[in-house]
Design a protein around this ligand. Structure first.
Ligand code: PXG
Length: 457
């Protein structure tokens, strides 16, 4: 099977693309001038573009194709489900087998205190649902003043109004009005913001900014704290070990719900089923999406811990929330087939015991490169900080230009590596072989060398 599209046809696709298709998070004018890269085929951890280039997908699509491409069992499960029952909703007291089965199967892999699941079609909708659930919870407990949800600067929780308000992305906040009851505290980004502090001390200070904000708002006005176990889109920010235990203590002391946004960290990415398992955070609620279907179908949702489920399932009446595609049968079938693969092939354990230690060891070697100020990671996510001066951690002049350059050169070297400013990040498929991990390292290093040369160093 070829991925190649002849030159003329490719140009036609690119022209049509810029005439009619509004891409997400894109400068439309810039893209129209340049023309998009058209991806036509994918297999295992590789994608192939219309020029026939093989590119190792170091980002698992958009952090979602965690088991790689070409997983026929998922495709077949979706096909079978579409033939049998392509759609039915679970409004008006209906249900169907795949959604019931999926809820049961998720209860097997989530922490013991999480046994109820609300389904959506995306991570953004999952986080909208979080806001609705925590509000409902505190209202039913007759504590309606608990309205504020605290999140973090440079967190990412989606792009609906609620998701983007919860997120702490300044460049997004400039383009809409954020929700008034969301408040942002510091992120535990030691390399970027830790200065001379030792990382553990910095981690405690970042956590203390939550405690301080709770004090300012009044604990009786705070409903929940939401965070990603490791920030993904913000640049694979791995918190110092001191951070999560402090957050856990603070939330317990002030009786504040913890929402763990597992959209990236969930389903084995860190070598545990969930990021909350990895950091031993007793999350009351978890958001999920992406890898739950290996990216084969849009599905997300909220995993509801017993503390909250017991309240909203008791006598309070109707929970007035839901989506047409909540529990879509084909998406649930894709998730069930994905869970089958994860469990039958024992993928989470393999990541924890073999593959992630190897990936992280090889990635850490990159720290010797003259461009790299820090190499960090956990499980199957990792980051490199590009710096002009290793000793002072000084960035290049125009923040983001070195990163963008390295990202483009990385594709030339046959690797999708993403740039967040001058932070290069990867989240490759968990199913990569050791040889493919070696190949990723070779290509990443080649990209660094080319970037170094292009910067005239
Ligand atoms: N939470 C987290 C932690 C995410 O990473 C969402 C929620 C929203 O999910 P949906 O399915 O609504 O997109 C995300 C999504 C990037 C990038 O550039 C990351 C995401 C989405 C798009 C781009 O890294 N994460």
């Amino acid at each position: 099977m070829t991925s190649i599209i002849p030159e003329r046809a490719r140009q036609d696709w690119q022209a049509l693309d810029s005439s009619h298709y509004l891409h997400p998070f894109t400068d439309f004018k810039e893209l129209a001038a340049k023309g998009s890269r058209i991806i036509t085929r994918a297999e295992g951890p590789y994608i192939y573009d219309s020029e026939g280039r093989e590119i190792l997908d170091g980002m698992s699509g958009l952090w979602c194709v965690s088991l790689g491409y070409g997983q026929d069992s998922i495709a077949h499960a979706v096909h079978r489900q579409l033939q049998e029952l392509p759609y039915y909703n679970s409004f008006f007291q209906c249900a169907h087998p795949p959604v019931i089965e999926l809820a049961r199967r998720l209860a097997e892999v989530t922490p013991a205190h999480i046994n109820n699941f609300f389904f959506t079609a995306s991570g953004s909708e999952a986080n909208d649902t979080q806001l609705r659930i925590v509000r409902r919870y505190w209202d039913l407990l007759e504590k309606p003043s608990r309205r504020y949800v605290i999140s973090r600067k440079n967190g990412y929780h989606g792009s609906t109004i609620a998701g983007a308000s919860l997120g702490g992305m300044g460049f997004m906040h400039k383009q809409f009005e954020t929700l008034s009851y969301v408040s942002h505290v510091d992120q535990p980004y030691w390399f970027g913001e830790g200065g001379d502090l030792d990382p553990e001390e910095f981690g405690r200070r970042a956590a203390a900014s939550l405690e301080q904000r709770i004090g300012e708002l009044g604990a009786d006005n705070v409903a929940a704290f939401i965070a990603e176990p490791i920030q993904g889109a913000g640049g694979v920010i791995v918190p110092p070990d001191s951070y999560w235990p402090e957050i856990r203590r603070i939330c317990a002391e002030h009786d504040i719900l913890i929402i763990s946004d597992e959209v990236i960290c969930g389903f084995g990415r860190l070598g545990e089923w969930f990021g909350a398992d990895y950091y031993q955070v007793p999350a009351d609620l978890m958001s999920f999406a992406k890898a739950v279907t290996n990216g084969y179908q849009p599905l997300g949702g909220v995993m509801v811990g017993d503390r909250v489920a017991d309240v909203i399932k008791a006598d309070g009446g109707e929970f007035a929330h839901g989506y047409t595609y909540s529990g879509h049968p084909a998406a649930c079938a894709a998730a069930l087939a994905t869970l089958d693969l994860l469990q039958e092939q024992d993928i989470v354990r393999q990541v924890r015991e073999d593959k992630a230690p190897y990936l992280q060891q090889r990635w850490a070697e990159m720290a010797d490169h003259p461009l790299v100020g820090e190499a960090r990671g956990a499980g199957f996510v990792a980051a490199l900080e590009l710096v002009a001066d290793k000793a002072t951690r000084a960035r290049f002049d125009q923040d983001g230009s070195a990163g963008a350059l390295c990202r483009n050169l990385s594709v030339e070297c046959g690797l999708v590596m993403r740039a967040v400013g001058d932070t290069m990040i990867i989240a490759p498929p968990l199913t990569m072989t050791m040889e493919q991990i070696d190949q990723l390292m070779e290509r990443a290093r080649a990209a660094l060398d080319k970037t170094w040369a292009a910067l005239g160093r």
